[in-house]
Design a protein. Structure first.
Length: 375
């Protein structure tokens, strides 16, 4: 299992809004393998040394300089903290400021980066939150019903279903000509009714567990697929399902099948969104122009933003949304697309991290608007 500390959207907004003259962000490649931890520790030590060099270039008051020295000392304390090294993942993001040091272990890969300024560089965390890769799988056969969660930061996780004692008997054919304790309808229609009754007993337990915004994937015996779809009430039961018999799926095979389905669903959604964007642009309710999207985000006009997860262009965006690009990164600059995404989140919009090829033209952003921008 890959350990991860992905912040909630509320926690992420708190980190985005944090301000202090000495705010340190260390982003380095890590590894879940204990044999690699010496190499990771060396990378962390080098990142701390670089942060200390950057702090030395800041114009700080005496009290701020004392606070900065304590921040560096607390960061170095991580190097000798055995509890910190017990569990790692593929990437490590450490955020430090006076009075706080927190580490986030991410299952996705990142680019090594050290930043010191008046705010945290939350780009890596923003991408981990904004790139959905989670689903629940309903595995249904005549003798078994299971609910398994697949996430970006953990192995398949099973959720217990408290099924009624007679659940397995709902599909049993009796030899009593309909005189059994549990009456059974006759013929093809009866079979359908009983299969749907069987599926509904599972669905009513699944429904409260799975959030409305997380997809559900069905892995069911062939005759139970239409039955479960007929009784389903979850809004995101995907059309694509897993055709293999559910009892034949081990964790690795199940995870791979889910990733394939989610990738295909993601591609379809992006194609539909780009078509929707074109319609919105014609009505003045969308744009892929970076400057216009920045102004819209600042004006709380953005309903949904897609941004290039790999774009690192830095600069400054003022209170009116006007962009001033920076030729080089510095203490007073930040990634422009990250700041735009942060402004969208603050105003209740939705953000999604995607690849550049999933966007429109050569722009690192595309957005739909709640209302037209004024001239």
């Amino acid at each position: 299992m890959l350990t991860a500390d992905i912040p909630t959207p509320a926690d992420l907004l708190e980190l985005i809004d944090h301000r202090h003259p000495v705010s340190v962000t260390l982003t380095i490649a890590s590894s879940p393998l204990p044999s690699d931890h010496e190499r990771v520790a060396l990378g962390l030590r080098n990142a701390i040394d670089e942060a200390e060099r950057q702090i030395a270039t800041l114009e700080l008051s005496r009290s701020e300089a004392i606070e900065a020295a304590r921040v560096v000392e607390e960061l170095r304390g991580l190097l000798d903290d055995p509890e910190f090294w017990e569990q790692q993942s593929r990437s490590l993001v450490v955020l430090a400021a006076p009075g706080r040091v927190q580490a986030h272990r991410l299952a996705n890969t990142v680019t090594d980066h050290v930043a010191v300024g008046d705010r945290f560089d939350t780009g890596a965390l923003l991408r981990s939150v904004a790139f959905p890769n989670r689903a629940f799988v309903v595995l249904l056969s005549q003798g078994s019903a299971r609910l398994v969660e697949i996430g970006p930061d953990h192995r398949p996780r099973e959720h217990a279903l408290d099924l009624p004692d007679d659940h397995a008997m709902m599909l049993e054919k009796t030899a009593t000509d309909g005189q059994a304790d549990i009456p059974r309808a006759d013929g093809a229609t009866g079979d359908r009714i009983e299969r749907e009754r069987y599926a509904r007993a599972v669905e009513v337990l699944v429904r409260p567990i799975v959030p409305d915004d997380v997809p559900v994937i069905l892995a069911a015996a062939t005759d139970l697929v239409p039955a479960y779809r007929a009784v389903n009430t979850h809004p995101l039961l995907l059309e694509d399902g897993i055709s293999a018999h559910p009892e034949s799926l081990d964790d690795e095979t199940l995870s791979a099948a889910v990733r394939e389905i989610l990738d295909a669903q993601h591609a379809r959604e992006l194609a539909e969104w780009r078509e929707h964007l074109g319609t919105q642009q014609a009505e003045g309710l969308g744009s892929s122009d970076l400057a216009e999207v920045a102004r819209a985000a600042t004006a709380a006009a953005v309903a949904e933003l897609l941004f290039d997860m790999d774009d690192t262009a830095e600069g400054h965006i003022d209170e009116f949304g006007t962009i001033t690009p920076a030729p080089d990164a510095g203490a007073a600059t930040y990634a422009l697309v990250d700041e735009i995404a942060a402004r969208v989140l603050r105003t209740g919009g939705r953000v999604r991290a995607v690849r550049r090829e999933d966007l429109v033209g050569d722009s690192p952003v595309a957005a739909t608007f709640r209302f037209p921008l004024g001239t």
